[in-house]
Design a protein around this ligand. Structure first.
Ligand SMILES: Nc1ncnc2c1ncn2[C@@H]1O[C@H](COP(=O)(O)OP(=O)(O)OP(=O)(O)O)[C@@H](O)[C@H]1O
Length: 703
C-alpha cells in the first residue's frame, strides 16, 4: 500500500485549510499558574479589611488626647483606677443591653444593676372572626388521655419510684388514691372582691387601641370588646413563623415591643436612640438570617448608633464571673447547652433543644388533670389559666425527693367578670414528675414546635456554593443522628453509597433508672454518648442504624471534633449534616444525655478540660434553675449516664444569689464595659456598606 500523502487534509466541504501562521489574538497569553507556588495575601491582613482599618484608626484617635492628658496631669494610680471605673459607668449608661427570649425580653442600660423584664408579646385589635380563625388555625393542646403521653408517663413514674427507692424514701402505696378521693370532692369557695387583695386589674380596652404591648396585653379579657389577638414574635428561640404572615409584620411587632420597653421602662425617648448603642444577646447556635434581621431592625427601625452582639453562653460565664463552664440554659421554650473555655464558646459543643419551662407547665397541667384537679374549666389557651398553671408550677413543683408526699395546697382562680374562687387540692408525685420530664422529653408535644421554620425567613446560604451555612455543631449533629427518626432515612440512603464495613453497636434497652446503675454503667453508642434507652423502640433501632452508618462513613472520627477527620468523612456526609441542622424537626434528646454529648466534644480534644467542664456546670434561665433541687437531680443523672467513678459532676449554684433568669443579661452588661468590647461594635455606616459581611470581623466567634 502506498504511503499516505503528507500535507493538509481537505475539509469535508472540500475547502482547503490555509495556515497563515498568524496568532488568534494579540493579547499576551498567560500560562496557567502552578498551584504549588501560588500564594496570595489577599484579605489575610487586618489592614486590608476596611472595617478593621477603621477600628484601628478610631482607637488611635481616641488614644491620642488621653495620652497627652495623662502626661499633663501625671495622676497617681489610684485616681486613674477610679476614673476608669467612672468612665465605664458613664459608658454603660449609653448602652442598652437586650436579651430577647421566647416569653420574656430582658432590657436595661449596661450601667443598671438589673434589667427590666417584659413579656415578649403584643396584642392586635381584630374582628371576632379573625380572632376565631387564628385560634382555630393553631393546633389545640393534646388531652391528658393521649396514648403517647400515658406511655411516657408510665416510664417517668417508674423512674421516679426507682429514684425514691434508691434514696430510701418511703412512698405510701395509697398516695394516689388519697389524692384522687380528696380532689374529686373538693369544691371552690367564692371570695368577694373586697376580700381579695390580689385581684387582677384586667386591661381596659374601652378606648380600643390598635395594639397593646407586654404585661397589659396578657391581661386583656379573652372575650373583650373589641377583640384582640396575642402574638409572640419569638417561638422556641427562633422567629415565630407560625403566627405571622410576613417578615415585615414580625419585625414590626418586635420593634414595637422594644420601642415600648425602651420608652416606658427605661424612660429613653425614641428620638434620643441615635446617641445610644445596643448590645444584642443571641443564641449560641444562632440563625444567621435572624441575627442579620435583628441587627438591621436595631439600625433601621430603632436608629441605634452602634450595635454589638454577644452569645448567650459567653454572657452567662461573664455573669457568673468564671471563664470556663458548661452552660445549661433552660428557658421557656428552648434549652441550649454550650461549653465555654477561657471565655470562648467551644463551637462543636453547642446544643439546641426545643423544650423548656412551658413544656413543664403543660405536663403539670395534664398530670393534675389525671389527678382530678378540682378546677375543671382549666383552658390553657386563655392567658389567665396559663398564668395560673405557671403560678402553681412556680410554687409547688420541686425535684427535692424529701418533699414528695401527699400535700394539701390551695390556689385562687380569677376570671374576668367574676369574683375569685379559692380551690384546695392535693398532689403527690405530679409536682416532681413534671420537672423530671426534661429527662423524658417524648412526653412533650414536639410535633408543631419547629414545623414552620424557614417558611417566611429563608435559610442562610453560602454566597459561593449556595449550601446552607448556619452554624454547625458536632454535638448537635450527633444528637440528631440518635434522636430524629427522619434523619435516619437520609443516613440510610447515604449508607447505601458507602462501604458497609461497620459493626453495629448494641442499642441499649435498659430502663432509664438510677437503680440499675448501682452496679453497671450504661452502654455507649459509637459517638460516645449513652444510647437513648427511653426512646420508643423505633427510635432505639434508628439510633443503632445511624450509629452504624456513623462508623461506616468515618463520621465517628468527625464527631470527635477533629477537623481533618471531619473533612475525610466526605463532602456528602458533611453536606447532609449541614442540611439537617436547624431543620423543622425537633430533637427530643433528654437533658442529661445532651449535657454529656456537649461535654464529650471537649473531652475528645482534651480530657482534662472535659473533666473540668463536668465539675463546672452552670444552670441558667428560668425553666429549670428555679425548680428546687433541680441542680442535684441533674448532677445525679449526668453522673449516672457518664458512669460512676469516672470523675465528679457538679452543678454550681448561681453566684451572688443572682436570679438565674437574669444572669445572661448581667454578663452581657459586664462585657460591654470591658475594653475588648470596643472591637465588637458595628457602626451604622459599616452596616449600610457591608451588611451581614461585617459580622465575621465583629464577632468573637466565626462559626
Ligand atoms: N420559680 C419558678 N419555678 C419554675 N419555673 C419558673 C419559675 N420562674 C420562672 N419559671 C419559668 O421560666 C421560664 C421563663 O424563663 P426565661 O425567662 O429564661 O425564658 P425566655 O428567655 O423567655 O425563653 P427562651 O430562653 O426559651 O427563649 C418560664 O417557663 C417560667 O414558667
Amino acid at each position: 500500500m502506498p504511503p499516505a500523502k503528507k500535507g493538509p487534509k481537505p475539509f469535508e466541504s472540500g475547502l482547503r485549510r490555509i495556515d497563515h501562521q498568524s496568532k488568534v489574538t494579540t493579547f499576551l497569553q498567560a500560562n496557567a499558574i502552578n498551584q504549588k507556588n501560588y500564594y496570595t495575601e489577599y484579605l489575610k491582613r487586618d489592614d486590608q479589611a476596611m472595617i478593621l482599618r477603621q477600628l484601628a484608626e478610631d482607637l488611635a484617635r481616641a488614644k491620642e488626647p488621653k495620652e497627652k492628658e495623662d502626661l499633663k496631669h501625671n495622676e497617681d494610680e489610684m485616681d486613674i483606677d477610679d476614673k476608669d471605673e467612672q468612665e465605664e459607668e458613664a459608658y454603660g449608661s449609653k448602652v442598652i443591653v437586650i436579651h430577647p427570649g421566647s416569653r420574656n425580653i430582658r432590657i436595661g442600660l449596661a450601667s443598671d444593676p438589673y434589667p427590666t423584664t417584659i413579656p415578649n408579646v403584643i396584642a392586635h385589635k381584630m374582628s371576632p372572626i379573625e380572632v376565631e380563625q387564628a385560634n382555630n388555625a393553631s393546633p389545640p393542646f393534646k388531652s391528658s388521655s393521649d396514648e403517647d403521653f400515658l406511655h411516657v408517663k408510665k416510664l417517668l413514674s417508674q423512674d421516679f419510684k426507682e429514684r425514691m427507692r434508691f434514696y430510701k424514701r418511703r412512698v405510701a402505696s395509697n398516695s394516689h388514691d388519697s389524692v384522687l378521693s380528696y380532689n374529686k370532692r373538693a369544691t371552690p369557695e367564692d371570695i368577694p372582691d373586697h376580700n381579695d387583695p390580689y385581684r387582677i386589674e384586667w386591661t381596659d380596652v374601652s378606648t380600643a387601641p390598635n395594639i397593646i404591648v407586654g404585661e397589659k396585653a396578657l391581661k386583656i379579657p379573652p372575650l373583650s370588646n373589641p377583640r384582640y389577638r396575642l402574638r409572640w414574635p419569638i417561638k422556641c428561640g427562633y422567629f415565630n413563623e407560625t403566627d405571622y404572615k410576613s417578615t415585615r409584620q414580625l419585625i414590626g411587632d418586635l420593634s414595637i415591643i422594644l420601642e415600648h420597653a425602651i420608652s416606658t421602662e427605661l424612660n429613653i425617648p425614641e428620638k434620643d436612640l441615635p446617641s445610644y448603642s445596643a448590645v444584642l444577646v443571641i443564641s449560641d447556635l444562632y440563625d444567621k438570617v435572624q441575627v442579620t434581621e435583628l441587627i438591621d431592625m436595631l439600625f433601621r427601625e430603632l436608629q441605634f448608633w452602634k450595635v454589638g452582639i454577644i452569645q448567650e453562653s459567653v454572657a452567662a460565664t461573664f455573669g457568673a464571673g468564671i471563664s470556663s463552664a458548661c452552660v445549661v440554659d433552660v428557658g421557656a421554650q428552648k434549652t441550649t447547652i454550650s461549653c465555654v473555655d477561657e471565655g470562648l464558646c467551644v463551637v462543636d459543643s453547642r446544643v439546641y433543644l426545643p423544650y423548656g419551662g412551658d413544656d413543664i407547665t403543660l405536663t403539670l397541667a395534664k398530670l393534675l388533670e389525671l389527678s382530678q384537679f378540682p378546677y375543671k374549666e382549666l383552658n390553657l389557651n386563655y392567658q389567665y389559666d396559663w398564668a395560673l398553671m405557671e403560678e402553681i408550677k412556680s410554687k409547688f413543683a420541686t425535684t427535692n425527693d424529701a418533699e414528695i408526699t401527699v400535700q394539701l395546697y390551695n390556689f385562687y382562680q380569677r376570671t374576668p367578670g367574676r369574683s375569685a374562687r379559692k380551690y384546695s387540692f392535693k398532689t403527690f408525685d405530679e409536682v416532681m414528675l413534671s420537672p423530671m420530664s426534661y429527662f423524658f422529653p417524648d412526653i412533650f408535644e414536639n410535633e408543631n414546635k419547629l414545623k414552620d421554620r424557614h417558611t417566611l425567613f429563608e435559610r442562610s446560604n453560602d454566597i459561593y456554593d449556595s449550601t446552607y451555612n448556619d452554624p454547625y455543631s458536632e454535638a448537635q449533629i450527633s444528637l440528631y443522628a440518635q434522636y430524629v427518626p427522619s434523619v435516619d432515612a437520609n443516613l440510610t440512603l447515604l449508607q447505601q453509597q458507602q462501604p458497609a464495613s461497620a459493626t453495629t453497636p448494641r442499642a441499649s434497652t435498659k430502663s432509664n433508672s438510677l437503680a440499675h446503675l448501682q452496679d453497671e454503667t450504661p452502654t455507649s453508642s459509637a459517638a460516645g454518648t449513652p444510647a437513648p434507652e427511653v426512646a420508643p423502640a423505633a427510635i432505639t433501632n434508628l439510633s443503632a442504624a445511624a450509629a452504624s452508618l456513623t462508623a461506616a462513613t468515618g463520621v465517628a472520627g468527625a464527631l470527635a471534633g477533629n477537623a481533618a477527620t471531619r473533612a475525610a468523612a466526605g463532602p456528602s456526609v458533611q453536606a447532609l449534616s449541614l442540611a439537617l441542622m436547624n431543620t423543622r424537626v425537633a430533637i427530643q434528646a433528654p437533658l442529661d444525655h445532651a449535657v454529656i454529648q456537649s461535654i464529650t466534644q471537649v473531652s475528645n480534644v482534651d480530657e482534662a478540660r472535659g473533666k473540668r467542664m463536668y465539675e463546672n456546670i452552670i444552670l441558667v434561665g428560668g425553666g429549670a434553675a428555679n425548680i428546687p433541687a433541680f441542680n442535684r437531680l441533674l448532677e445525679d443523672r449526668v453522673a449516672m449516664w457518664k458512669g460512676w467513678g469516672t470523675g465528679s459532676v457538679a452543678v454550681l449554684p448561681t453566684p451572688r444569689d443572682m436570679d438565674p433568669m437574669l444572669l445572661v443579661w448581667k454578663g452581657a452588661s459586664v462585657f460591654v464595659k470591658l475594653k475588648i468590647a470596643n472591637e465588637v461594635w458595628i457602626g451604622s455606616r459599616d452596616w449600610d456598606l457591608l451588611g451581614s459581611r461585617c459580622l465575621q470581623y465583629k464577632c468573637l466567634f466565626l462559626y
